[in-house]
Structure formats: structure tokens, C-alpha cells
Design a protein around this ligand. Sequence first.
Ligand SMILES: *[C@@H]1O[C@H](CO)[C@@H](O)[C@H](O)[C@H]1NC(C)=O
Ligand SMILES: *[C@@H]1O[C@H](CO)[C@@H](O)[C@H](O)[C@H]1NC(C)=O
Ligand SMILES: *[C@@H]1O[C@H](CO)[C@@H](O)[C@H](O)[C@H]1NC(C)=O
Ligand SMILES: *[C@@H]1O[C@H](CO)[C@@H](O)[C@H](O)[C@H]1NC(C)=O
Ligand SMILES: *[C@@H]1O[C@H](CO)[C@@H](O)[C@H](O)[C@H]1NC(C)=O
Ligand SMILES: *[C@@H]1O[C@H](CO)[C@@H](O)[C@H](O)[C@H]1NC(C)=O
Ligand SMILES: *[C@@H]1O[C@H](CO)[C@@H](O)[C@H](O)[C@H]1NC(C)=O
Ligand SMILES: *[C@@H]1O[C@H](CO)[C@@H](O)[C@H](O)[C@H]1NC(C)=O
Ligand SMILES: *[C@@H]1O[C@H](CO)[C@@H](O)[C@H](O)[C@H]1NC(C)=O
Ligand SMILES: *[C@@H]1O[C@H](CO)[C@@H](O)[C@H](O)[C@H]1NC(C)=O
Ligand SMILES: *[C@@H]1O[C@H](CO)[C@@H](O)[C@H](O)[C@H]1NC(C)=O
Length: 415
Amino acid sequence: MTKCWLLLLMFLLPAAHAMSSHPDDLRALRVFAGSLDGGGPLLRAAWSGASCCGWEGVGCDGDNGRVTVLRLPGYGLAGPIPGASLASLLQLEELFLGFNSFTGSIPEALYSLAGLRKLSLESNELSGELSPRLRELKNLTFLDFSVNHFFGDLPDVFGDITSLDYLVAHSNGFSGSLPPSLSSLSSLRELNLRNNSLSGSIARVDFSSMPLLALVDFAANNLSGHLPESLVGCSALKSLSLANNHLIGTIPTWIGELDNLCCLDLSNNSLVGEVPKGLTCLKGLATIDRSASMAFTNMPLYVKRNRRALQQQQPNVISGGNNTVRSGGGNVLSGDNNTVISGNNNTLSGTNNTVVSGSNNVLTGSNHVVSGSNNVVSDTSHVVNGSNNTVSGNNNTVSGSNHVVSGNNKVVTGG
Ligand SMILES: *[C@@H]1O[C@H](CO)[C@@H](O)[C@H](O)[C@H]1NC(C)=O
Ligand SMILES: *[C@@H]1O[C@H](CO)[C@@H](O)[C@H](O)[C@H]1NC(C)=O
Ligand SMILES: *[C@@H]1O[C@H](CO)[C@@H](O)[C@H](O)[C@H]1NC(C)=O
Ligand SMILES: *[C@@H]1O[C@H](CO)[C@@H](O)[C@H](O)[C@H]1NC(C)=O
Ligand SMILES: *[C@@H]1O[C@H](CO)[C@@H](O)[C@H](O)[C@H]1NC(C)=O
Ligand SMILES: *[C@@H]1O[C@H](CO)[C@@H](O)[C@H](O)[C@H]1NC(C)=O
Ligand SMILES: *[C@@H]1O[C@H](CO)[C@@H](O)[C@H](O)[C@H]1NC(C)=O
Ligand SMILES: *[C@@H]1O[C@H](CO)[C@@H](O)[C@H](O)[C@H]1NC(C)=O
Ligand SMILES: *[C@@H]1O[C@H](CO)[C@@H](O)[C@H](O)[C@H]1NC(C)=O
Ligand SMILES: *[C@@H]1O[C@H](CO)[C@@H](O)[C@H](O)[C@H]1NC(C)=O
Ligand SMILES: *[C@@H]1O[C@H](CO)[C@@H](O)[C@H](O)[C@H]1NC(C)=O
């Protein structure tokens, strides 16, 4: 008897699961797979079974069996996006179609999916202008159009999509000015419009109501105006890249007040004047093109990490010359004339670097000055003090104790 119940259960359970997908959505997905110009046969082969809720890339609401998630990144799907069938997935919340070969424009029907929270069309061959109907997707939090061939204005509809926390549209052909309604995105964390043809004043976006904003990337556009002072309130800002635009004015002192800023790239603009004192926490400023009357014209402020970040012992990648690490650990430094004052486990390459008291550092290159312990030093002409260092190469001066020394070294004192 028990056996019978068990058999019955085993029979019923998968059947109950199969029952759980909604027939309209099952049909819509079959039509979707059948309408694709490329990738359809593979998808249809992967999509077998009576309930679409168990299919690869498909997620359902447990209660009513409606499809809420469709995640098909990199499935080799090609041709126009079959919009009508997607629009039948009435409760769709997440649609990920990135890294495929979809062509054509965004089908109008997609804008009727009012429950959509996340939409990614990243890295396809999509083109055309974005419709102002985008404003109908009021629940969007995540929107990624990057690396396609979209062009025309970014529609000024963001005042209706205020839950957005991630807006990425880099590497397209968007032109025109920045839509002012971006200013109302008070939940925004990441805004990346890099590598488009956006023009006009950068000040058309007011950043003053974006307390969570951590990344802004407008690099490689044609934006003009001064660095927007409204950024000063963005205390969560970690990365600001405005390189390769036509920004004018000076580097404002308030940049030094952005406590969490660890990457700043203002290179290739028309900024003039002195680097403000408040920026002295940013190490390794490289400057070119100084003229007598105007220091730091077109200054190449490449990616920088500031000292606060270093003091939090976060691993940093530091390139360029004359950088100083005061107390960070686990940093990777390349370039010349770098100084590590007390960090541990740093990797330094290049020449003329100095390690004053760190340990477990790995140094290659030449002309290093090293004191501290457990460092591995290779190549030539080092001065090494401290203990337990492994030194190889030529013309090194080694003092201290417990070193392992090989090579043609000239002066070795101590143990
Ligand atoms: C949008 O989100 C809200 C809050 O989560 C929800 O109540 C509403 O039903 C959603 N709108 C649609 C059309 O799904
Ligand atoms: C800029 O965008 C274009 C168009 O999408 C793309 O082909 C190009 O690779 C991008 N360049 C960079 C440096 O990302
Ligand atoms: C950039 O903007 C300036 C005006 O600010 C305009 O003269 C120029 O043609 C624009 N360049 C590109 C490549 O769009
Ligand atoms: C500087 O930016 C302009 C666009 O503003 C771009 O055309 C040019 O290639 C950039 N130069 C460098 C060296 O990156
Ligand atoms: C680094 O400092 C040295 C001298 O201290 C100076 O000659 C050199 O120009 C500096 N390099 C840079 C990139 O600032
Ligand atoms: C390093 O310092 C030396 C002088 O000590 C200077 O000649 C050289 O240009 C500096 N290198 C860099 C990359 O700043
Ligand atoms: C450095 O590496 C050693 C082991 O190689 C580890 O015990 C130590 O915690 C590391 N220190 C830092 C600051 O990462
Ligand atoms: C390293 O320092 C020596 C002299 O102290 C200098 O002649 C040489 O140019 C420096 N090398 C670099 C790459 O900065
Ligand atoms: C290493 O020791 C020698 C002699 O003890 C001293 O002259 C030199 O300044 C020391 N170098 C460093 C970097 O501490
Ligand atoms: C160096 O090695 C010796 C013995 O191998 C050890 O007692 C000493 O603690 C080490 N010193 C450091 C600073 O690691
Ligand atoms: C080491 O020093 C000798 C002279 O003392 C010199 O001939 C040789 O070139 C040096 N080697 C290196 C690698 O600097």
C-alpha cells in the first residue's frame, strides 16, 4: 500500500510541476523560439518538456506559473527581436538578451511590458532611435543598451522611471544633449554613457539628488561646460571619468572632498590652472604640456587612487611614476620612482622604487632601495637592508640578516 502511494507520488510530483506553467506563456515562448532567424533550432532543442518553467533561462512565478524571468545571454540568437511573443509574457520582470546578434530596432511591443524591472540588450547589433515610450516601463531598475548601434537623442523620459539604479548605454551613436530628466534618478548607482556623440553642457544633469551614485562615466563624448558642482554632494562616488570631452575651467577644489573617490580621469579636456591643494591626496599626478602662462593645460589625469582608499588597505593598481603608498597592502605598482613607506605584500616593477619598511614585497626591475623583511628582490643595483630578504642579480648592496643572496653582488655585510 505504502509502495503504491510512493509510486503515485513520484508520478504526481513532476506532473504537478509540469502543470505549473501558464499555457499562454508556454505558447508565447514556443512562438518566440520559432520566430528567431538564428539560434532558434538550438533553443527549441533546449526547450523541451511540458512546463516552460523548467526550461533553460526561464523563471516563473511559483503561484500562477507566469513567466517572470527570461535570461538568454550569448545563445547566438539572431534577427529581429520577436517582440509580439515577448509582449504576451504579461508578467515578465527580467529580460536579458545580451551578447546575441539581434538586429533591427527595439520592437514597440516591448514597451507594453509594464512590469519589467530589468532589461539588458547589451552587445547586439540593434539600431534605431529609442522611443519615448520607454517611459511606460515605470518599474525599471536596470537598463543596459550598451554596445549596439542605437543613435539619436536619449529620450527625456527618466522622470517617469525614477527607480532606475543602473543605466548603461555606452558605445552607441547617441547624440544630442544629456536629457535633463536624468537629474530625477535619485536611486541611481551607476550611470555610463561613455563612447557616444553626446554634446552640449554637462551641467544639464543635476547630480545633487543622487546620494547613492558610485560611478559616472561620460568619457569619449563631446560634452562641454565646467565640471558640474552638483557632484560635490555625491559622497558615495567612487569613479568619475569625464575624459576625452571638451570640458573647460579649472579642476575644482571640491573634488578633494569626495571621500570615496578612487578613480578620477579628466584627461584630454581643456581644463586649465593649478591642481588644487585639496587634490594632494591623489597621488601620481602626471602632467604634460606645461606652458609658462598656463600650467597643467590639457592635463592627463589618468586613473588615480587616493590615499584614503590606500589607508583602507584595499588592493590598488597604480601605474605611472612618483607614486607613494603610505600604508596600503597588496598593491601592484608599476612605473618608476615609486615609494612604499610601510605597506605589505606589494608587487613593484619598474625602476628606482623605494620600499622603506614593508614586508613580503616582490620587486623586479632595478635601482631599488629596500629595507624591511621577507622581500624578494631581483635584477640589479639594489640597496637592501633588513632581514630575510632574497636578493638576486648584480651589484647589490646587502646588509642586515638572514638574507639569501645570489648573483655577483659587490657588498654583502651581516648574516
Ligand atoms: C510596479 O512595481 C510595484 C511595486 O513593486 C507593483 O506594485 C506594481 O504592480 C508594478 N507594476 C506592474 C505593472 O507590474
Ligand atoms: C565605441 O563604440 C563603438 C560603437 O559601438 C564601438 O565599435 C567601439 O569599439 C567603442 N570603442 C571603445 C573604445 O569602446
Ligand atoms: C563638438 O561640439 C562642438 C561645439 O561644442 C562642435 O563644433 C563640434 O562639431 C562637435 N564635434 C563632434 C565630433 O560632434
Ligand atoms: C581627445 O578627445 C577627442 C574627443 O573629444 C578625441 O577625438 C581625441 O582622439 C582624444 N585624444 C586622445 C589623445 O585621446
Ligand atoms: C618625478 O620626480 C622627479 C624628481 O623628483 C622628476 O624629475 C620627475 O619629473 C617626476 N616625474 C613625474 C612624472 O612627475
Ligand atoms: C625618476 O627620477 C629620476 C631622477 O631621480 C628622473 O630622472 C626620472 O625622470 C624619474 N622618472 C619618472 C618616471 O618620473
Ligand atoms: C601578506 O602575506 C602574508 C602571507 O604571504 C599574509 O600572512 C599576510 O596577512 C599578508 N598581509 C597583508 C597585509 O595582506
Ligand atoms: C634611476 O635613477 C638614476 C639615478 O639615480 C637615474 O639616472 C635614472 O634615470 C633613473 N631611472 C629612471 C627610469 O627614472
Ligand atoms: C642601509 O644600511 C646602511 C648602513 O647600515 C645605511 O648607510 C643606509 O642608509 C641604509 N639604507 C636604508 C635604505 O635604510
Ligand atoms: C627571519 O628569519 C628568522 C629565522 O629564519 C626568524 O626567526 C625571524 O623572525 C625572521 N624575521 C622576520 C622579520 O620575518
Ligand atoms: C656591475 O658593476 C660593474 C663595475 O663595478 C660594472 O662593470 C657592471 O656593468 C655592473 N653590472 C650591472 C648589471 O650594473
